[in-house]
Every structure is written in C-alpha cells, then in structure tokens.
Design a binder for this molecule. Sequence first.
Ligand SMILES: C[S@@+](CC[C@H](N)C(=O)[O-])C[C@H]1O[C@@H](n2cnc3c(N)ncnc32)[C@H](O)[C@@H]1O
Length: 352
Amino acid sequence: MIKMTQYLILQHPGHNRVYYNVAGELALAELQIAGSKFETPCRAVRLIEIAEIRYLSFEVESELSSNDIGVLSRLSFVFAIYKVLNIDGEECLKPIAIKDYAYVDAKISSLLKYPGKTNELFTKMMVNVALLSSNFNYDTNIQLLDPVAGRGTTLFEASVYGFNATGIEIESKSVHEATVFFKKFIQTERYKHQNDKRQISGNNKKEAIYVQEFEFAPTKEMFKIEELKRKLAYVNGSSQNVESYFKANTFHLIVGDLPYGIAHGNSSTHRSASITRNPSEMIEQCADGWFKVLKKGGVIVLAWNVFVAAKVKLEQILSSHGFEVLSEDPYANFEHMVDKSIKRDIIVARKI
Ligand SMILES: C[S@@+](CC[C@H](N)C(=O)[O-])C[C@H]1O[C@@H](n2cnc3c(N)ncnc32)[C@H](O)[C@@H]1O
C-alpha cells in the first residue's frame, strides 16, 4: 500500500471577518485546483476542525516536492503549513516553511482603502485560479490583464507574483489615484523605476487613449537586465476597445472584478456611453476582444454579482465567443454572499 502523508493548512485570518467566514469553501476549491497541478498526486482535500480551529487537510503520496510547496505557499488563504507526524502514537504538527516568492512586498494591495475595492485575498485567489487553470506556471514571464482595473488590486497582486500587469479602467480618477499610489509605493520601497505616458489609440486629441507604464526592479542591477525587471501599465479607456490597445495573443491571463450594478460600480464620466451596469452586457460587448488578446492556453477569470446576472447566461456568452467554460466541481463552488445586495461568484474560461 502507498504510504500517504497528511498536510494541514491554517487559513489566513483575513482582514475582514465576513470574508473569513465564507472563505472556507472558497479555499477548499482553490486548494483542489492547486492539488490537481501538484507534481505529487494529492487526494482527500477537505476542511477539518482540530480543537475548534478550522484547517484545510490533504494527503499526498510520500512528500510534497519543493515545487508543490512553492504552489501551496502562493495560495490566497495560506497562513501556515504543517506536516502531520505520528510520534509515539500521538499526532504532532511539524511547521513547513512558506516559500518567499514576493517580487513586490505583499502589503501593497492592503494599503489603499476605498468603497468598491475588491478584497485583496479574494483577488489573489482569482489570480491563482487563473494561473493554475492555464497552460502556464508561476515561472512563466506572465502578462496579466485586468480589463476593469479600478484602483488596481489585481495589478498589485500580480506584481507581488512578479507578473507584468496591465489594467484598463474607464474612470480617469481611479487611474490617476492608482498610478500616483503605485509610484509613491515603489519610491518608498526604493525600487529602481522609470515611468512614461504615451498615446496607444485614437486619431485625434479628443479620441486619444493613453497608457501609463512603469518599469521597475528591486535593484539597479536587476533593472538593467530586461528579463529581471517588471512592468505595470494602466490604460484609461474602455475594455470594449481592448483590441485597439493591444495586439492579438498578448496576455496569458485576464482577471477582473466586474462592476456590481450598484453605486460604486459605475459613475458618470465623459465616457459614460461605454459604461454598462450589467455584467452580461459588458461580457457580450467585450468577449470578442478579450478572446483575441488572450494567448492560447490562457484563462479568463471574472467575478460578478449573481443577483444582477445568472451564471448560465454568462457561460453561454463566453462559450458563444469561443471560450471553453470550466463549470464542473470545484469551479462550481465559488459562489458566496458579500452583503445583502451582492452574491459574488467567479466564472473561469479557457482559450484552447
Ligand atoms: C468592481 S470595480 C473593480 C475594482 C478593482 N478590482 C479594485 O479593487 O479597485 C469595476 C470597475 O470597472 C470599471 N468599468 C466599468 N465599465 C468599464 C469599461 N467599459 N471599461 C473599463 N472599465 C470599466 C468601473 O469604473 C470600476 O472601476
């Protein structure tokens, strides 16, 4: 018989109790997706309680590989990892060191507080689900797009992973605040950086769309080497026009938290004609463009408010634009209440 080893994960207490309470099932689904990518076959992924504390538990043949511990260390809910040992008939927990992977300090996405911000642990979970469901891995030089970037939580989480991150956001105020914040952050952290603003679309001044792009690296030496520096870019425009901003097959991952159909989701701007309150309308208008700019083997993950649009409707739209929607367990287990007016879910789809 194959000898199995049990591991336990203590879940991050989170920055907000509401999220921690719902996050058990979400964590379980994220771990199941990660487990299917482990080099070491993994089974019996479940939630358990020991002395009234919740843990995620799983078993692997022999031991986790170093790569598997790398994957595990990045999961959004992981606070501490233990290997279960049996010593003289007693179960003991041996702590396993979490791998340090951060290109940028993880505090970056928790510093800003504003109405309409997407919870950073939830955002990290979406980035992981996208990557772990794609044909790529954490060592790929990932290009990630958030097509509804707001003030940048997804972009900041992506830069913690050392991914290159690009956001499209229609509200100029959000773009301004996010770029001012990011510049200040990398200056304070003493990263070597350079930033510029250039036009990427539009035939005249009125139609001009600009991208603000930062190149950065932790040290001067790393900044000199193309593969070691990273980019974060913001386009102040509409996702409906994504194809006029980027070439086909540019991005490995697309991750975004769609407008919720309530006050902070949309507001009036000079571009209000492009703003839509309904996630299904938005997906309908953007899906062609998103499909084109995504690479083969790439994945799109979108969060939205189920009270405003049913999942089956969004699945139909994405499928009709060529995506392969992942709808089986554990992908069906991400729905959760945020507050009285928001029941959130994620939809995950691949370009094959
Ligand atoms: C739920 S918020 C995203 C919040 C973001 N994840 C954060 O934490 O800051 C959705 C965003 O989509 C933007 N939006 C709405 N329609 C858009 C469009 N057509 N193109 C680009 N952005 C759009 C809204 O202005 C809003 O900032």
